[in-house]
Design a protein around this ligand. Structure first.
Ligand SMILES: C[S@@+](CC[C@H](N)C(=O)[O-])C[C@H]1O[C@@H](n2cnc3c(N)ncnc32)[C@H](O)[C@@H]1O
Length: 231
């Protein structure tokens, strides 16, 4: 590197870097919104048959007690909403107004009086600390630009000792499949999710206390995690 380059590089401040990161994040958010606006009309037709059984399984074992407050992060078209027991209070949030419109249709069609949905970025949740007893996050962790920011918000709004349930694809431990996942990652990003996130790194980075890791079937790309919110 010559002296001119060195000078230019060293003249960048931490603030410049943060602005750059924030700019990239906003670009990603814009692209996610566009992708899911496009998916909203075909999402259930394309994905329900794959996602619904896993969502149902995960919610069945959440052991939701009467009166508990549930947050569904990235609720999408609301495939999960009719599956929560009527005796709890459900709040769904999503970045995409078009996906939320479908969720609202399900609330109306199924007369889910215990459920409300809001347009909100999960990386900056507009609820007070400890507002929820249980948080459900399905097929979202590998969609958001910063999964750790998402999880720090989830931990904040979930009460201490509450339950966080995550349904998500994580990188396979199998080298051959991992290579394939790396190759298809750029394509996956274009269609709205990342395929290379490592489960152990994610658990270590979020500080969640995971009680149970399971899968719907023995050979399934998606994991279901049940964790206690440690504060
Ligand atoms: C693959 S869909 C999953 C929808 C639903 N949870 C399911 O399992 O069918 C991902 C959802 O996450 C939403 N999403 C992406 N980034 C988000 C963010 N930062 N805040 C809130 N929702 C977000 C998308 O709009 C989309 O509805």
């Amino acid at each position: 590197m010559d002296s001119t380059n060195r000078e230019t590089t060293s003249s960048y401040t931490l603030k410049d870097f943060e602005c750059y990161r924030e700019g990239r994040m906003q670009l990603e958010i814009k692209s996610i919104k566009k992708i899911y606006a496009g998916y909203s009309t075909v999402y259930d037709a394309l994905f329900k048959r794959f996602f619904h059984p896993r969502i149902k399984h995960a919610i069945t074992y959440m052991d939701i007690k009467p009166g508990e407050r549930i947050l569904d992060v990235g609720v999408g078209t609301g495939l999960s909403l009719p599956l929560f027991p009527r005796h709890c209070k459900v709040v769904g949030i999503d970045l995409s107004p078009e996906m939320l419109k479908k969720a609202k249709d399900k609330i109306r069609e199924n007369r889910l009086d215990n459920t409300r949905v809001f347009h909100m970025d999960a990386m900056g949740v507009g609820f007070r600390d400890d507002s929820f007893d249980k948080v459900f996050i399905s097929h979202v962790v590998s969609v958001v630009p910063d999964p750790y920011k998402l999880m720090s918000e989830v931990k904040r709004v979930c009460r201490k000792g509450g339950t966080v349930v995550i349904v998500n694809h994580f990188k396979s431990g199998n080298k051959l499949i991992e290579t394939f996942e790396k190759i298809i990652n750029p394509v996956c990003k274009r269609i709205g999710w990342r395929s290379v996130m490592c489960l152990n790194e994610f658990i270590a980075g979020t500080g969640l206390s995971v009680n149970k890791k399971t899968k719907l079937k023995k050979f399934d790309f998606w994991h279901i995690l049940y964790a206690t919110n440690v504060k």
